[in-house]
Design a binder for this molecule. Sequence first.
Ligand SMILES: [Zn+2]
Length: 418
Amino acid sequence: MMAEDNERWIDPQRVESYIQELAQYGAHGETGVARLVYSPEWVAAQDQVAAWMEEAGLRVERDAVGNVWGYLDGSNPQHSIIVTGSHIDSQNPGGRFDGALGVVAGIAAAAALRERHGQPERTIGVVSLVEEEASRFPTANFWGSRAIVGRIVPEEPRRLRGYDGVTIAEAMRDAGLDPTRIADARRDDIDTFVELHIEQGPFLEQEDVPVGIVERITGYRQYLVTLEGAANHAGTTPMDLRRDPMAGAAEIISGVIDTAHRMGRPCVTTVGRVNVSPNERAVIPRQVAFTVDARSPDVAQRETLLTRHEALMHEVAERRGLTLTVRVDSDRLPVASDPELVSIIAAAAAEGGVPAMVMSSGAVHDAMQFAEIARIAMIFVRSQEGISHSPDEFTSARDAAAGTEVLARALHALVYQS
Ligand SMILES: [Zn+2]
């Protein structure tokens, strides 16, 4: 059970009202949010976040890509800083909690620490990151966190075009930012990044536990697989004379899905998009292209999964006389949380009377970018029915407060002198 009311550091009402209010920016239907990066509703939401940070007694700064930072300054400025936060952009439409909860939890936690414990020794930074979802610009994922770790390449702002035809450089100018200054957002003073996020999956609910402590974030590889054969008449070409890329695709698609299934949790493989050419009822296709997204948080298991997938692609293509092209669109090793941070968070949960379990993350998060420059860990909060990237996404006020309680107590252990 949670600590008694009078022992709690976090007021559930505070977190809940932040969530409800933020959801009004880009509100979509009853419970959804469509808040795309650098849009007017996104700008207004970032302004609201900055205003809440100020109300909470934090010193507010904005960086060159539009990340909003709120600092609870420490007494010892020589130390590198302890950062928490997440993103406020959403899917189109998404729910109220993805990303947003991590931002408001950070503000509520820093406010509670300031009110209860005064000035910390080390500085806490709460960051509201610019863009995680790539819901406006197809490959802009982690724009805010990539800027902080210095992983935006110089031509990206002009090259990256959104679904609305606008480049991200133009969108930045519309939001009052200067895309030529992106490099200024880079930092080297971050010691630790702890991200609180909704789980977006079913494990915590299945285990009846409100909070998860993430020890590993999944690694993945995303492929575009293209098979080419010979287009021909669907009625006159005997089966044994065909070079049919659809037959090959069907075999590979069911094969990779089956491989992940047989290897078991936490392996996952998804084929989410298929393009058929010419895509006609009575024509054997000339070409079938499809995506494969394969993931595992375990380094060795990811390797085995990928090796099996690639072997199958080659074997099928060769046997069926098809030309195979395999393009790797993204590739990332799993990221491990810092073991000491995991134990600090576990101790914080125990101290706050919040049941918590250690788990891995099958989704990728900004924390993965921060791992380039800092030690990281994540706190997950239970998602109802595991639903996310949907207006049906829901996390109870009680669970949101429980996660925030753990965050506040973990930050306390990290920034106040023992
Ligand atoms: Zn998110």
